[in-house]
Design a protein around this ligand. Structure first.
Ligand code: SF4
Length: 369
């Protein structure tokens, strides 16, 4: 991933961000055309595979257990339901599925085994699989990579300075470590931010500087506008002007010319003209579907109409990297081997008893009382 050499300092990026808007958009559009096909926009689907009940305190998030929001907590979806949703998303033109779980961190348990199976199954559908599951260690990242995960999403959200005003239950460094773990495992990194949380423009630039300082900046940088949800500490935040979104997209595009800039949450507050300027300025991905985890998103048909009017095409999967191979997971294979062994032992024991003339005892369960 590349950075643009004249914009590697905070001062230069700030000056760029504050350029007259149309000049900024023109410069971004020029960069975009050099590195990307300007007619292609990826349609991605974001699926909440485990909703709510999160122990973290991210001030913008309705899924944090401590805030009184309308979000109902649900346990992890079944692998079958995820496959069904992925097939629907693909049939509606999505080439990437991002699976989000409201966890502080990944734990090595049966739920994670199920996520591994989801990754394998969705990758087999020829979709780019992205996951956002919270903090991740190196071994967990390797398991996801081995399963065929294309990208791991872990947003830095904002600048290091402003981060403590948004979240108190973890440190900025924790985020950087997880990104590093995904990177080391050979997974493409998706990491971006949210604007409109009450931060200063300098914090938006600070976020970009955090990526600038990485050895390899993220392959994918989602730009979100806060969707202020009732019951969260940020419920009173006023929606940002769409010009701010356009500035942020354009500045990101110029600073990281080869990364994919994603126009993510907050599109419901933008009109088509505003979104068109974002595409012009280098955004080449949207989330399709009427829900973004738990917050609203434009309807599918509205987006199709917008694509038609603007002459955009849905981007095919794996244009920014090869399709990963899904390999068997040694932990799941071992568990399945043990389960099969145990089932065989039980079957043999039952047959032995039967051959010796024992009839199985009738068991009365609570359900049958
Ligand atoms: S953003 Fe993620 S980590 Fe933060 S509260 Fe929401 S679900 Fe939890």
């Amino acid at each position: 991933m590349e950075t643009t050499s004249q914009y590697t300092t905070k001062e230069a990026l700030l000056e760029l961000y504050n350029k007259p808007l149309l000049e900024l958009v023109f410069e971004a559009a020029t960069v975009h055309r050099k590195y990307h096909n300007p007619r292609e926009v990826q349609m991605s689907s974001l699926l909440s595979i485990k909703t709510g009940g999160c122990p973290e305190d991210c001030g913008y998030c309705p899924q944090a257990a401590r805030y009184h929001t309308d979000v109902e907590a649900h346990k992890l979806m079944s692998v079958e339901s995820v496959i069904e949703q992925a097939k629907n998303a693909k049939a509606n033109g999505s080439s990437r599925l991002c699976m989000g779980a409201a966890w502080r961190e990944v734990r090595n348990n049966r739920d994670f085994d199920n996520v591994i199976e989801m990754v394998q199954a969705v990758n087999d559908l020829d979709m780019e699989v992205c996951a956002t599951l919270g903090m991740l260690d190196e071994d967990q990242a390797k398991r996801l990579k081995n399963a065929g995960l294309f990208a791991y999403n872990h947003n830095l959200d904002t600048s290091k300075d402003f981060y403590k005003d948004v979240i108190s239950t973890r440190e900025y460094e924790n985020r950087l470590d997880t990104i590093e773990n995904a990177r080391k495992a050979g997974i493409s990194v998706c990491s971006g931010g949210i604007i409109g949380m009450g931060e200063a423009v300098e914090d938006r630039i600070g976020l970009l500087m955090s990526y600038m300082e990485m050895d390899t900046p993220p392959e994918s940088i989602p730009i979100n506008a806060l969707v202020a949800v009732e019951g969260t500490p940020m419920e009173e935040q006023k929606p940002i002007e769409q010009w701010e979104m356009i500035r942020m997209v354009a500045t990101t595009r110029i600073a990281f010319p080869t990364s994919v800039v994603r126009l993510s949450a907050g599109r419901t507050k933008m009109n088509m003209e505003g979104q068109a300027l974002c595409f012009m300025a280098g955004a080449s991905s949207i989330f399709a579907g009427d829900k973004l985890l738990t917050t609203p998103n434009p309807e599918y048909n509205e987006d199709m109409e917008m694509f038609k009017i603007l002459g955009l095409e849905a981007k095919a999967p794996f244009t920014e990297g090869e399709k990963p191979e899904s390999k068997p997971d040694p932990i799941i294979e071992e568990r399945k081997r043990k389960e099969a062994e145990r089932a065989e032992e039980l079957k043999a024991a039952r047959e032995k008893l039967k051959s010796e003339g024992f009839e199985p005892r009738k068991v009365t369960t609570v359900d049958s009382l």
